[in-house]
Design a protein around this ligand. Structure first.
Ligand code: SF4
Length: 244
C-alpha cells in the first residue's frame, strides 16, 4: 500500500448527486479496494501507477481548508464521501473524517455519510448532535464469500449489519445502500435488514465491464443479467418494505 500525504486545494466540492450539494473526500484512494469501484477514475488526478485499492493520498490539510470553506459556503447537504470510504482503516490513525465532521457540526451543516466500516461508530458522539444527519452503510450481499471476492479490503457483512443496529440504537437516522447488487440470498438479507434502516437505496452494477471476468471465473454470470437484477431489486423492495 502506497500512502502519501498531500495538500488539497479544496475539500468541499460541489456535487451533482441528487439530494446533495457538496461532496467531501478526506482521502483519494481507498483501502477497501472494491473490484467494481467506479471511483478508480480518480487515479487520473494523481500520479499513482498502482492499481485502485493500493494507494491512498491523505489530504493532510483537510481540516484547515474546510474551516475556511465553511465560512463562505451555503448551509446545504454534504455527502461524506463520494469517491473514497471516509472510514477506511487509515482514518483510525489520521482522524481527518472526524475532524471534518466536528467542523460541520459546529456549523450545523446537514450531512449524509456513506461507509462500509464500523469505524463510523467512533463518531456517534458527534453524529447524534447534528440537527440533520444520516448514516448510510453499504451492504451489497448477505454472503461473505462474495464480499471477499468483490470487496477484499472491506469489513464483513456481519460487522456492517451490527453497525447499522448500533447506529439505530443511538437514535441516528440510517440508510442502507444496496449497490451494486451482488449475488445474494434476497430473503436472508431482506430479513436481516428489517428495522435497521430508515430507508433503502438500491443500485445495480453500473460498470459491469470492470468485473465481467470475475463473474465468469466464479461462474456467477447469472447475477449480471437484467432478469436477475430486476427480480432481486423487486424482491428487496418488497422484503425491506421500503421503495428504492
Ligand atoms: S469502499 Fe467505496 S470508494 Fe472504497 S473501494 Fe469500495 S466502492 Fe470504492
Amino acid at each position: 500500500m502506497v500512502i502519501n500525504k498531500v495538500l488539497a486545494k479544496s475539500i468541499l466540492n460541489k456535487s451533482n448527486i441528487p439530494g446533495v450539494s457538496f461532496c467531501l473526500n478526506p482521502y483519494t484512494g481507498c483501502q477497501h479496494a472494491c473490484r467494481y469501484c467506479y471511483a478508480d477514475f480518480m487515479k487520473k488526478y494523481t500520479n499513482h501507477l498502482e492499481p485502485w485499492g493500493e494507494f491512498v493520498d491523505i489530504k493532510i490539510n483537510a481540516e484547515n481548508i474546510l474551516s475556511k470553506e465553511l465560512k463562505k459556503a451555503p448551509k446545504k447537504r454534504v455527502l461524506i464521501s463520494s469517491v473514497t470510504d471516509p472510514y477506511q482503516p487509515l482514518e483510525k490513525e489520521y482522524g481527518l473524517t472526524r475532524k471534518c465532521i466536528q467542523l460541520l457540526l459546529d456549523h450545523q451543516f446537514p450531512v449524509s455519510i456513506l461507509t462500509k466500516s464500523p469505524l463510523v461508530e467512533r463518531d456517534i458522539d458527534l453524529l447524534r448532535n447534528f440537527q440533520d444527519c444520516e448514516v448510510g452503510i453499504t451492504i451489497t450481499t448477505d454472503n461473505d464469500y462474495y464480499r471477499k471476492i468483490f470487496e477484499p479490503g472491506a469489513p464483513s457483512i456481519e460487522e456492517r449489519l451490527n453497525t447499522l443496529e448500533r447506529l439505530k440504537k443511538n437514535r441516528i437516522k440510517t440508510y442502507v445502500f444496496i449497490g451494486p447488487i451482488l449475488p445474494m440470498d434476497v430473503k436472508v438479507l431482506g430479513d436481516r435488514l428489517k428495522g435497521l434502516a430508515d430507508r433503502v437505496v438500491i443500485d445495480k452494477l453500473n460498470y459491469p465491464s470492470k468485473v465481467r471476468k470475475i463473474y465468469q471465473d466464479y461462474k456467477i454470470g447469472y447475477a449480471l443479467s437484467e432478469d436477475y437484477l430486476r427480480e432481486t431489486t423487486r424482491a428487496l423492495e418488497e422484503i425491506a418494505g421500503v421503495p428504492a
